[in-house]
Design a binder for this molecule. Structure first.
Ligand SMILES: Cc1ncc(COP(=O)(O)O)c(C=O)c1O
Length: 450
């Protein structure tokens, strides 16, 4: 085969400096020839490239590990699967099979959960936008509605009247716990008395029965102590409500926000060194419950963790389309999947693994996606050996917030494949084609090309 010619240039090679722990984790070369025992080659031959791949074993293993961390410490624990993190039917179904409720934040997500067969009583309905009709449906199906604002509270009172029954509701709270910026735009603020006002309004209205408190602090929370602070405040508030208004809290929902083993761009150190085991989160939360609850009182603890349960189960296989030398000397690779598929590349510096051993030294490189847009860069500063056209770069972890936030922009979205526990290979979302793009569009006849 004729070798391609590249004009010689003089380059200072940087093979990566050791950090203070003596390793170069993000710059050392890593290869990956398989996912769950299935060769990368087989996956691409069968399903094409780019390709999103999920490991069922990894999802179930992670779920059970995290669930055990809580359930061995506290008598009443329920997980709610955060649909927005990944709402592919197959992925949600795995979580439901493991025992998770559905945690939804929109009409679409509510309908998705119902269509999967989840009964209303097993749906937690969060979020600031619950249109009246879906709110009414959720109330009539006895779902766990967490009120976000006063207008919703009033609407629920109206719904209670229309349904001729009291409606059980939870209240979403936000509060100071040491996490900044504080997610104060969702729910009612506890510290300013806004949440107490909401309870007073509910009591006064006489139509709603408050039976739960909810608080989601934010995402990728690195300090588990924040959850302990939240629990302390929520328990105190629960008892205040019970004493003064007679509503008994049946559950405390601490939301999600646990970090996954991903590397934030803003973090110097790799995740193994910055992210505490989820066991520590479980210990902090359950200890805070025991320290603040009355003896013998065990309201149900609900956890809505999303990314921590699914991120590491997802991979994206891409193929090198071409490479070129940038004027600053860096090597640029263009691969066939970019930010259109990996929304989280704005925050994360992913692992990049090569499907084969490539000889030669690592050199500074940039990895671009296929879009004809300058922003389409998966990694703007890494070290890679000279990759030939057709080599595969496997990007991970990508299981959280990508197959929901990805864009149909310029390119078709690819197949998504689930590797089952027995090595089954199932497409769980088909590659798009032009009919998907065209389906919702209308061309007025006067504009037809003649
Ligand atoms: C209400 C609620 N619960 C749970 C989650 C899941 O969060 P995470 O993926 O950070 O665990 C979110 C995400 O923003 C959320 O808004």
């Amino acid at each position: 085969m004729k070798k391609s010619y590249e004009k010689p240039i003089i380059l200072k090679l940087q093979t990566g400096f050791m950090n203070k722990y003596g390793s170069t984790p993000y710059y050392s070369r890593k290869t990956r020839s398989e996912i769950d025992g299935v060769p990368i080659d087989t996956l691409v031959t069968k399903f094409g490239s780019p390709l999103m791949v999920f490991s069922e074993s990894s999802i179930r293993r992670t779920y059970n590990e995290v669930f055990r961390a809580f359930s061995t410490r506290y008598p009443s624990v329920t997980f709610g699967w955060s649909y927005k993190t990944n709402y592919l039917k197959a992925i949600c179904s795995i979580f439901h099979q493991e025992g998770a409720l559905a945690e939804v934040v929109s009409e679409m997500e509510y309908e998705k959960a119902r269509k999967l067969g989840i009964p209303g009583k097993n749906i937690i309905f969060n979020g600031p936008h619950k249109p009246f009709e879906i709110l009414k449906r959720a109330a009539s199906e006895n779902s766990m509605i967490h009120i976000d604002h006063f207008d919703e509270l009033m609407e629920l009172e109206q719904i209670s009247q229309q349904l001729h029954k009291p409606v059980k509701v939870g209240l979403r709270l936000n509060m100071e716990t040491g996490i900044h910026p504080q997610w104060s735009r969702f729910g009612f603020n506890l510290d300013t008395g806004q949440a107490l006002d909401a309870v007073k309004r509910m009591k006064h209205g006489g139509k709603l029965i408050l039976n739960g408190l909810h608080c989601h602090l934010g995402t990728f929370i690195l300090d588990p102590q924040a959850y302990a602070e939240a629990i302390k405040k929520m328990v105190a508030f629960a008892y205040e409500i019970e004493t003064h208004f007679g509503f008994k809290m049946e559950y405390l929902d601490i939301g999600g926000g646990f970090p996954s083993q991903n590397k934030l761009k803003s973090s110097y150190l790799p995740p193994e060194l910055t992210i505490l085991p989820l066991d520590e989160y479980a210990a902090k939360i359950t200890n805070a419950l025991y320290e603040n609850l009355r003896p013998g009182d065990y309201p149900r603890l609900i956890i809505e963790t999303g990314r921590a349960l699914v991120d590491e189960s997802g991979y994206m296989i891409t193929t090198v389309i071409t490479s070129k030398r940038l004027p600053d000397g860096r090597k640029a690779y263009v691969v066939d999947g970019g930010i259109n598929l990996l929304f989280t590349s704005f925050w994360y510096k992913f692992n990049l693994e090569i499907d084969r051993e490539v000889p030669g030294v690592n050199e500074p490189a940039v990895v671009y996606g296929p879009l004809c847009m300058n922003i389409d860069a998966i990694d703007e500063g890494t070290l890679l050996p000279s990759l030939p056209r057709g080599a595969r770069l496997i990007v991970s972890p990508i299981g959280a917030y990508n197959v929901t936030q990805w864009m149909q922009f310029i390119e078709y979205r690819p197949n998504v494949v689930l590797i089952g526990q027995q090595g089954e290979l199932d497409i769980i979302r088909e590659r798009e084609d032009l009919t998907d793009i065209d389906r919702r569009e209308k061309l007025p006849p006067r504009l037809a090309y003649k």
